[in-house]
Design a protein around this ligand. Sequence first.
Ligand code: MN
Length: 460
Amino acid sequence: MGLLIKNGTVVTAEGLSVGDVRCREGRIVELGAGLPAAGERVVDASGQYVFPGGVDPHVHMELPVAGTVSSDDFETGTAAALAGGTTTVIDFVHPERGEDFASALAARRRAAARSVIDYGLHMAVTWWGERTADWIARCAADGVPSFKIYLAYKATVGIDDGDVLRAMAAVRRAGGVVLVHAEHGEAVEHLRDRFAAAGATHPRFHALSRPPALEGEATHRAATLAATAGASLYVVHVTCREAIAAVAAARELGWAVDGETCPQYLMLDDRVYEADGFEGAAFVVAPPIRPRGHQEALWEALAGGVLNAVGSDHCPFTMEQKRLGESDFRCIPGGAAGVEHRLALLYTYGVGAGRLSLERFVDLVATGPAKRFGLYPRKGAIEVGADADLVVWDPDATGAISAATHHHRTDRSIYEGTELEGLPSWVIANGVVRLGPDGLDVERGAGRFLARRALAPRPD
Ligand code: MN
């Protein structure tokens, strides 16, 4: 059965127009004004916006970290995404050292098959060996053309600069994109160990051991190595002025460098680590929440085009899991829930606060990530032939975020009490109403693996 969305203000990255969207068999089949109903279910979107479904390029469902696993699995985490208007997520594959990338990918695809919305995967280059370059080419051909490199966490997933350069060159040859976690790993480890040796245990030392300068340096270094390798670079979770400056400088030199930030870095400042007792642990994410001032610089970077995407870095843990680090901040599992509220936070505090236009909002949460990661125009677009992933957005609806009501599978929200103005009233994924007047209706396994397109391969 089809669906006809009537009289909404259709917003794309290019502009606004009032009209109707007809969906059939999971696709958008017709756009126009005054379209006659042809036996479909009709959704009246008068006075509301119609956005392309959100594309979250950075989530971690059921991710093994520091002796535990992030608390949303692919089913619960993607249901939370859907509840907030996100209809596509891209998660990650982290091969063990010595593990073949193809078998790691196959195992992750089995876990991800529970997803309720469509999903893609990025491959993390966690180690370098004789066959790694071939595996990178194979992944790109199999619909995984984006590769994450960690400049931190050398003990587990990070690699040395020589291998970073080798990996970047292999990704370029495969027509892929490099994602980088940019923090100076050795310096961070040094500071963490120095604080711990001095008897510092409180969660605030997590932030103090990862200062902005170490992110700025690593961002500049990643950009330099990518330019040397001729690779296209996407810097995940940019948090501070130092890193913004590095991205802007790289772009000025003509380097193919782009960046993402996340709502937690826009919304919060480092006073969160001064919460009573161990409560600051809920805010232990990496990079950490920054001091006051960096947030406004991030908003300006989004508005001005230095940063071109907003991902959630969704990676929740319960407070019980966080207590693994109660006597040593280095053992607190790093991550927080956010996939459900990415759109509403960016809408309320971006569009509503006059910092972002509606078109820019859509570009940041849907169209930009879809283009960057080989999903456009199937995702991130409202045009004939695109997947019927749509959000009807009520700009007058209000609410407040709370762990008591969110769909994330954790007992804490880093946004507890934060007020929202503008919420999804209908969410449609592949032409099926998943959120509407009757509430949320999800189906385990309804999501499909998205084989994404590589850029044109670029040989030496
Ligand atoms: Mn992440």
